[in-house]
Write a protein that binds this ligand. Structure first.
Ligand SMILES: Nc1ncnc2c1ncn2[C@@H]1O[C@H](COP(=O)(O)OP(=O)(O)OP(=O)(O)O)[C@@H](O)[C@H]1O
Length: 369
C-alpha cells in the first residue's frame, strides 16, 4: 500500500478578503486515504476545501500537494493546474449533455476516451443509462455521474463537498459506502466535507473535527469516538452524557454510579473534580444489579432500544439495551457500567482544569480494566 504523504496543510489560515475563518490548521493525508472535515455549520469546512481547491487564497501557512507548494500567502496555483477533482452537493452536471458526455467532458481530447467513460460508468453502475440526460435521473444517479466525471481525469486528490446532503436516509447511507468502495478500488485520495458524523465515519479513514475555525482533533473514527481529546469532540461525535466525579487514582473515578475504572491513566492531582463521559454503550442492562435508574424516554432502533435514564440524583444517561427487553417510561431498570474506554475531562474551575492536555499525560494502560 502506498503510504506516502499526499496533502499537507501547514499552519493554514484562510478566509475571505482579510477575514480569518480557519486559523492555524495543521493536518496531512497519506496517498490513498480518505479524510473528512466534520463540524457544525459555519465552522470553516467548505472554506478549507475551497482553499485546497485553489478557489480561495491562503492568508498564512501553506498547502502542499505531492511535495509541491500549491498555496501560500501571495501565491495560489490556479485550480485547473492542481489536478484536483471536485464533487459538489448540487451535482453541477451539464444539463444539455448526456450521462456519457458529462463523464467524457474533462477527457474528451484524450485518445480512446470512450473506453474509459464506459469503464467509469460501469464502476458507478450506470452503464445502462449512458444516453440519458441529467433531468431523467434520480438524485443518487446524478451524484454517481458527477463522481464518475470527477474521477475521469484521474485527479491526484478528489474533494467532495457535502456530496450526499441532497439525498435521503437509506440512499445516503448506501451511496456513502459505495463511494468509499469506489475510491478505495481506484486508490483515489479524497477529502470529504460533511456535518453528518455517520457519513464521516462510513466514508473516511481520518476525520477532522472543527469548531469555530479551529481543528480540535484529526484522528481515526475509532479514536474520535473512544478517545476524544476535548469535551467538544466528545459531545459532537456520538451520543453521551457527562457525569461529575472525583479522581481517586490515575485510572479510577468516584461517581454516583460507584467507582469507574478505565484503561487510561490521568496524572491530574488525586481528588480533582472531573467530568466522565458515558456513552450509551457504556451502560449495560443488568436486571440483577443494585444500581437502578428510571426510564424517562425510549427510542426503538430495531435490534436495540435506546433508553434515556435518570439516576436518583437527577443525572441523566443514555443506554442501549437489546430490544427484546421492553421497558416502559417510569419503570426502574438495573444497570452496570462497562466503560473500559474511560474518558474524563477536568471539571470547569477545578485544579485539573489548569493543566493543559499535554500536561495531563493521558496514557493508555493496555489490558487493564
Ligand atoms: N464568500 C464568503 N465571503 C465571506 N464570508 C464567507 C463566505 N463564505 C463563507 N463565509 C463565512 O465563513 C464562515 C465559514 O463558512 P463555511 O462555508 O466554510 O462553513 P461550513 O463549515 O462549510 O458550514 P456549512 O456546513 O454550513 O456549509 C461562515 O461564517 C461564513 O459566513
Amino acid at each position: 500500500m502506498n503510504r506516502e504523504m499526499l496533502l499537507n496543510l501547514r499552519n493554514l489560515t484562510c478566509g475571505y478578503h482579510d477575514q480569518q475563518v480557519v486559523r492555524g490548521l495543521n493536518l496531512h493525508l497519506n496517498a490513498g486515504d480518505i479524510g473528512c472535515l466534520l463540524g457544525p455549520s459555519g465552522c470553516g469546512k467548505t472554506t478549507t476545501l475551497r482553499a485546497i481547491a485553489g478557489f480561495e487564497p491562503v492568508l498564512e501557512g501553506e498547502i502542499e500537494l505531492a511535495g509541491d507548494v500549491i498555496s501560500r500567502a501571495g501565491f495560489t496555483l490556479a485550480p485547473e493546474k492542481r489536478h484536483i477533482g471536485m464533487v459538489f452537493q448540487d451535482y453541477a452536471l451539464f444539463p444539455h449533455l448526456t450521462v456519457a458526455e458529462n463523464v467524457a467532458f474533462g477527457i474528451r481530447k484524450e485518445p480512446g476516451f470512450e473506453g474509459k467513460v464506459g469503464e467509469l460508468l460501469e464502476l458507478v453502475k450506470l452503464g445502462h443509462l449512458a444516453k440519458r440526460y441529467p433531468h431523467e435521473l434520480s438524485g443518487g444517479q446524478q451524484q454517481r455521474v458527477s463522481l464518475a466525471r470527477a474521477l475521469a481525469p484521474e485527479p491526484r486528490l478528489l474533494l467532495l463537498d457535502e456530496p450526499f446532503s441532497n439525498l435521503d436516509g437509506e440512499l445516503r447511507r448506501r451511496l456513502s459506502q459505495e463511494v468509499r468502495e469506489i475510491l478505495k478500488a481506484r486508490g483515489t485520495s479524497a477529502i470529504l466535507v460533511t456535518h453528518d458524523q455517520e457519513e464521516a465515519f462510513a466514508v473516511s479513514d481520518h476525520v477532522g473535527v472543527f469548531r469555530d475555525g479551529l481543528l480540535e482533533q484529526w484522528d481515526t473514527p475509532y479514536n474520535l469516538y473512544h478517545e476524544p481529546l476535548t469535551p467538544f469532540v466528545a459531545s459532537f461525535v456520538g451520543q453521551g452524557y457527562f457525569i461529575r466525579g472525583q479522581l481517586v487514582s490515575a485510572d479510577s473515578v468516584n461517581t454516583e454510579l460507584g467507582t469507574i475504572r478505565g484503561n487510561r491513566a490521568y496524572t491530574w492531582p488525586q481528588g480533582s473534580a472531573v467530568d466522565v463521559l458515558l456513552r450509551p454503550d457504556d451502560i449495560v442492562h443488568a436486571p440483577e444489579s443494585e444500581l437502578r435508574a428510571k426510564v424517562i424516554g425510549k427510542t426503538f432502533l430495531g435490534a436495540a432500544t435506546l433508553y434515556r435514564l435518570q439516576l436518583a440524583t437527577g443525572s441523566q444517561l443514555e443506554s442501549i439495551f437489546p430490544s427484546h427487553a421492553d421497558h416502559q417510561p417510569g419503570q426502574e431498570v438495573g444497570i452496570r457500567i462497562a466503560a473500559d474506554h474511560l474518558v474524563v475531562f477536568p471539571a470547569q474551575g477545578s485544579v485539573a482544569a489548569h493543566f493543559t492536555p499535554q500536561d495531563s499525560g493521558v496514557r493508555r494502560i493496555s489490558g487493564a480494566l
